[in-house]
Design a protein around this ligand. Structure first.
Ligand SMILES: Nc1ncnc2c1ncn2[C@@H]1O[C@H](COP(=O)(O)OP(=O)(O)OP(=O)(O)O)[C@@H](O)[C@H]1O
Ligand SMILES: [Mg+2]
Length: 440
């Protein structure tokens, strides 16, 4: 049986395939096991995903959405001149996955998607819709931390004896999720979950950008600080090129100074969830790219006295766990057409300069939105009533005004009108006489 598991993340999407007799392996996208979840919608409405989208962004930033998963509640997103349903954006990413999976072994027999444990039926419905649009006709959705737990037991070989408590600390690009899982004879049981929807690597990037260049909203600066932040997991100093060509650098001390309070929020949230359940962790598994920050493991160890388990590539355990774990039931998906919504006439919305990491402008017309609320601990799947609300009106992106393009278009239109009139006056004597009499 050919099985595919897909973890659609805020920053990155990971897909792992498995076949009987062969070890599971991550699909490669342009040579990498992580596919950026970014999308770009071109003038024909085609959704480009991954690194292609990141390159196309330079052409027209207003058509670019770096984090479509963060828009899951928005219904549709304004990109350029059209409102595109979020399910279509996610389907653009999943089409890349489907193409790679087909090359790796044809059509999968089973497809498993993962979702944050706190996602309710509405958000999971958007994921199912995206899967259907991308051509996946039968999918199962499993909780991300449960999948990570399977990985911990099977791949890392960690002993999860019955009754022991595992904390899955998932610090990704857009969200922080913490889940307490207990090992039972029948499998893994989620005891409680919490998290912060406005806390992820992107928020650390935003804090670093405003630390280095306050008030500057620039996509390139964003890319620079992210690369520097990642480099600082290995080195003590990293160069940063600021807008305008100025050179600067970040030290690990500065990173700890800026990221420290954000990491502390994640650790506090973990303590809150554990405190609410009245338990102490036996093991802590670090998942998500932001867990690579050395500060994360050291703060957790200091707070809970448990040395966290750190996988080599913390972006991968969720998808790996989903492909090896038991799948209870396969629920067929009814593909549903998702029509484009007509563009309502409304004035361009002005976005404020970044005040706090939760809502950040990173370039002309490009905004990263983060929910600014904290979810309650102990919320279980489908308890989440926050995400079951009606999709909100699509948010219109600021459009870039280009004066040279406007002048060129006006001159072209004048020439198109004047040219035929001039030709008629030259070749047609009665017309010439008529016009001459008109002005006499
Ligand atoms: N060495 C590193 N040090 C610090 N942060 C890192 C490092 N490597 C990657 N990251 C960060 O990890 C984040 C991406 O992690 P990941 O792919 O796990 O997120 P995701 O699954 O897309 O997001 P989410 O789970 O929140 O939806 C990015 O913000 C990236 O900058
Ligand atoms: Mg993730």
């Amino acid at each position: 049986m050919y099985r595919l598991a897909v973890d659609v993340g805020t920053c990155n999407t990971v897909a792992v395939v498995s076949r009987p007799g062969a070890a599971p392996r991550a699909l490669l996208f342009d040579g990498s096991p992580v596919l950026p979840s970014a999308v770009f919608v071109d003038g024909y409405g085609t959704v480009h995903a991954g690194r292609d989208a990141e390159r196309l962004m330079a052409d027209d930033p207003a058509r670019f959405e770096p984090f479509p998963k963060r828009r899951v509640d928005d219904g549709a997103v304004w990109l350029g001149d059209r409102a595109v349903p979020v399910a279509e954006l996610l389907a653009g990413v999943l089409r890349r996955v489907a193409a790679e999976a087909a090359l790796a072994g044809g059509a999968p027999d089973t497809v498993v998607f993962t979702a944050p444990v706190r996602w309710g039926t509405a958000r999971r419905g958007v994921l199912r819709q995206a899967a259907a649009i991308a051509g996946f006709t039968a999918v199962t959705i499993v909780d991300e931390p449960v999948a990570a737990g399977w990985y911990c037991a099977s791949v890392l070989g960690q002993r999860l004896d019955p009754g022991r408590l595992l904390v899955v600390f998932d610090f990704g690009g857009g969200t922080f999720d913490v889940t307490v899982v207990r090992t039972d004879p029948s499998g893994l049981t989620v005891l409680g979950a919490g998290g912060l929807d406005d806390l992820g690597g992107a928020d650390i990037d935003a804090a670093l950008a405003s630390y280095l260049a306050p008030g500057v909203a620039d996509r390139t600066l964003w890319t620079e600080v992210r690369a520097a932040k990642e480099m600082l997991s290995r080195t003590t100093v990293a160069p940063v090129r600021l807008p305008g060509g100025r050179s600067s650098h970040l030290t690990r001390d500065e990173l700890q100074h800026v990221a420290g309070p954000l990491v502390e929020r994640a650790v506090d949230e973990t303590a809150r969830v554990l405190g609410g359940l009245g338990v102490r962790p036996d093991q802590i598994l670090l998942v998500g790219g932001t867990s690579r920050l050395p500060l994360v493991a050291s703060r957790l160890h200091a707070r809970f006295g448990v040395v966290p388990v750190v996988p080599e590539q913390p972006e991968l355990p969720v998808a790996y766990g989903a492909v090896i774990g038991p799948v209870q039931a396969i629920q067929p998906v009814q593909p549903q057409p998702v029509p484009y919504q007509p563009a309502p006439q409304q004035p361009a919305q002005q976005y404020p300069a970044p005040q706090q990491p939760a809502s950040v402008v990173i370039g002309p017309g490009v905004r990263i939105e983060g929910a600014v609320h904290i979810r309650g601990a102990g919320a279980m799947p489908d308890d989440d009533d926050d995400d079951d609300h009606e999709p909100v009106e699509p948010v219109r992106r600021e459009r870039t005004v280009r004066p040279m393009r406007w002048i060129g278009r006006t001159v072209r239109q004048l020439v198109l009108i004047a040219l035929p009139i001039t030709i008629i006056l030259i070749v047609n004597e009665p017309a010439r006489t008529f016009v001459t009499n008109l002005f006499r």
